[in-house]
Design a protein around this ligand. Structure first.
Ligand code: HEC
Length: 129
């Protein structure tokens, strides 16, 4: 076996096992896209503190504007108060927060449907556990 081939397959295996590694019973790994797009303002695990934005644990199926201890804007409360976060609503929110809730404190636009889908899938999967 040539050394280079061995090195390559060892690296591929390492990448694969790292991606798969997830101790039973723990939070699913937060995807890089969600981390890079949302983690500066939001936390994702159960019971974690609110940041600049509310904690997002169990978002899908949760009532909008209901994270304990978070002071939502009038814009969000007016547009979304009492509504339930569904995959569709989250997709619309990530497409254009201003259109869904004018005057909201979160301004976010993501045109790429695939990236939105990946983010929505993470939150949907979180709820399924
Ligand atoms: C720059 C900070 C910032 C970033 C980045 C950010 N958000 Fe927010 N988010 C907020 C703030 C602030 C609010 C509260 C909005 C309000 O009250 O008007 C919020 C509210 C929300 C809500 C409403 C939650 C509820 O309890 O009803 C959702 C859902 C949400 N964000 C999802 C996301 C996702 C998903 C991402 C990443 C793709 C993201 N946010 C990125 C600041 C941010």
């Amino acid at each position: 076996m040539r050394p280079i081939g061995r090195w390559l397959s060892a690296t591929a295996l390492l990448v694969w096992t790292t991606a798969m590694a997830q101790p039973a019973g723990s939070e699913p790994t937060v995807p890089a896209l969600v981390k890079s797009s949302c983690a500066s303002c939001h936390t994702f695990a159960k019971g974690e503190a609110n940041g600049q934005g509310p904690n997002l644990f169990g978002l899908i199926g949760r009532t909008a504007g209901s994270a304990p201890g978070f002071a939502y804007s009038a814009g969000l409360t007016k547009a979304l108060g009492g509504k339930t976060w569904s995959k569709e609503l989250l997709d619309a929110w990530l497409t254009d927060t201003e259109r869904v809730a004018p005057g909201s404190l979160m301004t976010f636009f993501l045109d790429d449907a695939k990236s939105r889908q990946a983010i929505v899938d993470y939150f949907a999967g979180q709820q399924a556990r």
